[in-house]
Design a protein around this ligand. Sequence first.
Ligand SMILES: [Zn+2]
Ligand SMILES: [Zn+2]
Length: 121
Amino acid sequence: MNTEQLILKRCYNHPSREAVALCPRCQRFFCRECVTEHESQMICALCLASLQARSQKPSREIFPVIGKAFLCVASFILTWLIFYSFGLGIAAIPSTPFHAQNLGNDSFFSDEDASLPESSP
Ligand SMILES: [Zn+2]
Ligand SMILES: [Zn+2]
């Protein structure tokens, strides 16, 4: 009687192998290779795959959207910071004595303007 029951308990995927676990989801017997521990339960690979597909679907749809939005905002802030610091650096440069002197006696450009031929055809 016992042997008959053991023979019945064969792996669903491997009929030649003895079953060691009963999947609580599909109520089938599986060998050690075909079951995986999931949340302190021994479930078969098929049920585990369907469980993971169900649990991963929402997170796969939500996370890329959040990641893209975060990247957009982060890159915008980064670009703004770069241009802002760049602008601050430019604003700090022109009020130096060196530039003020050059603007005072800048005769180079005015001379060139004056020597331009006025009688052009
Ligand atoms: Zn199962
Ligand atoms: Zn098996």
